[in-house]
Write a protein that binds this ligand. Structure first.
Ligand SMILES: Cc1ncc(C[n+]2csc(CCOP(=O)(O)OP(=O)(O)O)c2C)c(N)n1
Length: 531
């Protein structure tokens, strides 16, 4: 007779989820026992890494991923990256073990108390089945919930004695849509407003890349003859950054952002919140008198916007439908932004010179994973990404995502046969939040390159303190860390890079290696301004 465990594995197979990311404990062993040969277990040494690796894998494969966590403490450890997965809109089915049902009343060791409350409010659904027999159907529902827009993590708490119970007949394997089209009447109103605008501007966010809609974005921008900006602090890139219409990334503060849009009477935002700010700088959301139109697949994101009119719809479907409705217009072509000046290569390297060298040696199909807070604008100014699916970072502001995400993205490159080279740029502070992900990369022999700009400080926090006039904050310096020794300890190759030429050579070797390489680069310690 089939057990709950048998039926669940069958369902996971049918849903194409034969990779399990996790860190095991006793509450998970009854699920994991006799782990089937056609499944892959991706072992992370800490739950933050398990979630981050799964998130990167899900985004790079375009499919949901399953993470299996240890009861309450494991879920707690995972929480930072669950917050990030929520903001990233990554469909993750997170399962966690729970103590034996028969003992729960007395709350033995490893009981998850109020397990469905623990991951709130950063999951779309959290559930502990009432009966063991409901586990497979709950998984089906979790899957359908995670992947529908806006996608995100879901959570199931699963008592360890459920797996051996006799199963009910298996639940039907269901499918649900992952995108929806915009209301045609409202779409026509948006198209009319764009047609009659004197000077429209387009702001694109990560949902455009998630929807595979770069071409539709280019088609609309060219139809409109409008400049294109990246939304502030995007977790993915949405437009070819060598396109003459592309203007760069908007600043993440209200006043300065509105200033960049000065002179436009209509701002079309697609696939991003309005707007993702960081420091509070008083100012308008958009230039005085300008109208904002917002396209998003998330009703909550539409409701939160402080100004403008919104239209719900998948970014790709909506961009394509809008372009079809736009008559040719006669507007002067936007002015192309100037290229960056030559870098100053004197030593120690500036972050700018490091990234200029990285851009010179960048593999044309490379994927960049970024968690280098104070040097982000230098990196984005130098390295212009030209292909879809080429840039990943966290939408949340929580450190400890980039390194494991890069491992998951590199694994996805191998599993999908795309074999795009993956290079992560991770600050020497950020490096430590999920550092053990390096071990998983080494065990899986992934040719991942991790460039670590070493400034021995939390530079962005110093910049924030300067902006806010709050001197004397402790805990902002990071002396005495040997990044190479840490990397070696987890099984990575490592070379300290001091000059632009060395970076080219080291990158070349690392991209051809059959394992991860960490490249610490000592950089200058001056503090880039926050804005
Ligand atoms: C989980 C988490 N803890 C703390 C912070 C606060 N924080 C933001 S940036 C930062 C420092 C990052 O340092 P580093 O990676 O060296 O980059 P740098 O600012 O020096 O470029 C810290 C600690 C955070 N964002 N997330």
């Amino acid at each position: 007779m089939a057990t709950v465990r048998d039926t669940t594995y069958e369902l996971l197979r049918a849903l194409g989820m034969t990779t399990v990311f996790g860190n095991p404990g006793s509450t998970e062993e009854p699920f994991l026992h006799a782990f089937p040969d056609d499944f892959q277990y991706v072992h992370a040494l800490h739950e933050a890494s398990a979630i981050g690796i799964a998130d990167g894998y899900a985004q790079a494969t375009g499919r949901p991923a399953h993470v299996n966590l240890h009861t309450a403490p494991g879920t707690g450890n995972a929480m930072g990256n669950i917050v990030t997965a929520w903001h990233n809109r990554t469909p993750l089915i997170v399962t966690a073990g729970q103590q034996t049902r028969q003992m729960l009343l007395l709350e033995p060791r490893l009981t998850a108390r109020r397990p469905t409350e623990l991951p709130q409010p950063y999951v779309k659904w959290a559930h502990e089945p009432v009966r063991a027999q409901d586990v497979p159907a709950a998984l089906m529902r979790a899957y359908a919930t995670a992947i529908q827009p806006p996608a995100g993590p879901v959570f199931l708490s699963l008592p360890l004695d459920d797996w051996a119970q006799p199963a009910d007949p298996p639940p039907q394997v269901r499918t649900v849509a992952t995108r929806f089209a915009p209301d045609p009447d409202r779409l026509r109103q948006f198209a009319a407003a764009l047609t009659t605008a004197r000077s429209p501007v387009v702001v694109l966010g990560a949902a455009v890349d998630r929807a595979g809609a770069w071409e539709a974005a280019v088609a609309l921008a060219e139809r409109l003859v409008a400049p294109v900006w990246s939304a502030p602090a995007p977790e993915r890139t949405a437009f070819p950054e060598d396109h003459p219409y592309f203007q760069g990334v908007l600043p993440f503060a209200a006043g300065p952002l509105a200033e960049r849009l000065h002179g436009h009477d209509l701002v079309l935002v697609v696939g991003a919140p309005v707007f993702r700010y960081y420091p509070h700088v008083p100012g308008d959301t958009v230039p005085d008198g300008a109208r904002l139109l917002h396209i998003t697949d998330d009703p909550d994101e539409a409701a939160r916007a402080p100004v403008g009119d919104s239209l719900l719809g998948d970014a790709g479907l909506t961009l394509a439908a809008l372009a079809d409705l736009m008559p040719p217009v006669d507007r002067p072509a936007p002015t192309a932004r100037p290229g960056p000046p030559p870098a100053d290569d004197s030593l120690p390297l500036s972050a700018d010179a490091l990234f200029a060298a990285l851009a010179r040696h960048w593999p044309s199909d490379g994927v960049l994973v970024q968690e280098s807070p104070s040097n982000l604008s230098a990196l984005r100014r130098r390295l212009r990404l030209r292909r879809p699916g080429s840039y990943f970072t966290m939408a949340s502001g929580g450190l400890g995502y980039g390194l494991p995400a890069a491992v998951g993205i590199a694994l996805a490159q191998r599993d999908t046969g795309q074999h795009r080279p993956v290079v992560a740029v991770i600050g020497d502070g950020s490096f430590h939040y999920s550092v053990q992900a390096l071990w998983t990369a080494a065990q899986l022999r992934l040719p991942l390159v991790v460039v670590v700009p070493v400034n021995q400080q939390y530079a962005i926090l110093k910049a924030f303190a300067e902006l806010k006039h709050t001197p004397g904050v402790p805990g902002l310096d990071l002396p005495g860390i040997d990044i190479s020794a840490v990397a070696r300890g987890y099984g990575c190759a490592t070379t300290v890079v001091d000059s632009p030429d060395q970076l080219g050579e080291a990158l070349d070797v690392a991209l051809r290696a059959d394992g991860p390489t960490v490249l610490p680069v000592p950089i200058r310690t001056d503090i880039p301004p926050l804005l």
